[in-house]
Design a protein around this ligand. Sequence first.
Ligand code: GLN
Ligand code: ZN
Length: 758
Amino acid sequence: MITHVLGFPVIGKNREYKKMLEAYWNEKIDERELNHRSDQLRLFNWRAQKNAGMTYVSCGDFALYDHVLDTSMMLGAIPHRFGTWNEASEIPQYFDMARGNEKKNIPAMEMTKWFNTNYHYIVPEIEKGFTPKLCLKKLISEVDLALANSFSPKPVLVGPFTYLSLAKSAEGVDVWDSLDAIVDVYIDVLKQIGPKVDWIQIDEPILCQELGETALNRFLDVYESIRASAAPAKILLATYFDVVDDNLALLLGSGCQGIHIDLVAGEWDIDGLFDRFPKSAMLSAGVVNGRNIWRTDLDSALQTLKKVESAIGKDRMMIGSSCSLKHSPVDLAAETLLDATLKSWLAFAVQKLDEISLLESAMAENDIESQLREWRDATISRQNDQRTWDTSVREKTAHISDTQICRNNPYAVRCKVQNKAHSLGLLPTTTIGSFPQTSAIRSVRRQFKKGSINENAYRDAMRDEISSVIREQEVLGLDVLVHGEPERNDMVEYFGEQLNGFCFTRNGWVQSYGSRCVKPPIIYGDVSRPLSMTVEWTRFANSLTEKPVKGMLTGPVTIMCWSFVRDDIPRKEVCRQIAFAIRDEVVELEKAGIGIIQIDEAALSEGMPVKKRDREDYLHWAAECFRIATSGVKDDTQIHTHMCYSEFNHIMPAIAKMDADVISIESSRSKMELLDAFNTYEYPNEIGPGIYDIHSPRIPSVDEMVTLLRKALKHIPKERLWVNPDCGLKTRKWEEVRPSLANLVEAARIVRKENGSA
Ligand code: GLN
Ligand code: ZN
């Protein structure tokens, strides 16, 4: 039986990828060395796949920044500002597209999340007059490299329909006008690699979503020519991240010799699928989850595979990962410090290869009972482990009363008491939470973690920092102050480390974008909060000033979205547990005299399901979790939330259901495009559209911020407008933050005056 994975992590066992890219960007290594090291990483990946017994190794999935950008460059979709393509300088040009070029003052291409993962791709830009032609030939040379090293490559490409569906264009250009011309480039590539390989994988995850007119009309004929040009190689048409239902006829009717489906995402109607399954095609069953870290329950995977076998027979089956393994960490073997039982529950990319190979052996009826037993024991130990289960948590989340999901009074009543309680005038100024994290602060945190300084020394250092941040804000004249978050390494990790039910890896990195990797915590058990998490720091900050100090927490949805989540209970249940833990913290902050509390939901739109029809339900429970976290307080306690990284316009009504008194949203980079949403929808509570772009070292002038505020006032009544930056300031320098915030305070003063307030 054919075994394979849809893709493998690029980053290497020890993030060699990151080191390599950053060394190249800092001119420590040249292009030759960059190519050499990337080939080493490719070979490492292929060896891992081959040693584990995969029939084919994935090839072309290794990108120097992002695989969608590779596709753009393959097709010659290179925006004019980056110049014309020529082979000799394609690598610097590629990185200019990915990262921009400050020296030449060329902005980078846009980046956004790949479906509902935390991986970011570079959004294709289709310009007027775009004439596709084959430029980057990386896929072809990678096939040759694999063959030269005696691997059996299965080249992987992003399909034309997914590519164009994700592309954006300048006004007046219809990206679909390029369809035929880009398909010609695909054909050119396929003709070159077809004679060298058995199978070519073409990814069309877009089939899991709603397709546009042209895609619907053209899918079948385009795939017909794709198939013809790849011959004698066969095409494996791959979908993942959800079930395919609306577009099932396209998937099954494409005539492709192989079809891959993700059997761990969503509920497939297996019988319905096989009723219509093409007579001669092969099915690649994605039964090993590529985007989580849990060991596969091999027995239930086998059951699924047996079903497939009885429908189409063994010789028409392939066994694979559900999606690319790039979304999971590389190798569990590096986790030498993890509790042995917990570790036995996990499988990273290398272990997932073994799982696929074990499944193949089991299907071939080899005698592997002892290996299966080991896997089974781990699954059973996880099911029975006390640490995954906490009765008091279950009781709390099972019975939710109305008072636990609603504030006592609506916003219209609350706002009056709040303004009085906190003496807030018109257009109050505030920040989003963090202040610059200097190397001194980071070093204190590191020393404390290592044990080289004691708790008292750590606390003193943090208090010094908090005191100075409070002083800075008083001098600047901000209205609502923050403690600055010096004690936090990361807004999710900080809370995860203090909550029950979380564990952390040493080396469980996954690529987020380019060289940037993240190391998500793992939620393995019921979540509860043994002790307060932020109260001491916030109370201390509050004691230093007459001005209100805003408490600062991360919300349940964001904590969940940026973690690897347990798969034995529904996500919404996990989210609800976190919500109750945060609720306790909110109530305790209120008791400690903190009258304004912000709960960040930076990741709200990341949790959005792939399919439109599932989104309403998600937004409903996400908003409910936020309200669980925040409704334990009195009317005069003002709840803030903050969001960034995404377009929120279309989900404003859902955001309103969170019923935060105040929301701050990233918007300065888009010149307040956000406000367009208010033409058709009036956000009912207070809102602070960011007016200072914190992603840039640039200091915004008073004038430009005044302009933004005036623009905001056209859409938001003055009584409900706040003045704040786009996001936290932790990545900025004090030299940038001080003058920027001084300008922000001044801009607020000017606009306040224009609106009849002193
Ligand atoms: N409170 C956080 C900070 O200021 C928010 C970060 C974020 O939204 N990404 O750093
Ligand atoms: Zn933010």
